[in-house]
Ligand binder design. Sequence first.
Ligand SMILES: [Zn+2]
Length: 72
Amino acid sequence: MIVERVKVRVKCDASGCNERSDYVIVNKRFVFDGNVYLCANCMNELYGEIGKYIIPKNVKPLYERRAKGETK
Ligand SMILES: [Zn+2]
């Protein structure tokens, strides 16, 4: 699953949103087929929601980095 910048003019897929999409989630692995187009606002909102549950693997919590001396 990858996220790309939208190059064509497509409406945001979020229901009730009439903005032009800025990003597209391209997936070839999921059960449902097709791309998901999202505008910057909806993408931001989604990112915030995801962040409640998942911390990206390459982003270690600050306390962990401090313990290992990676930051001050
Ligand atoms: Zn939107």
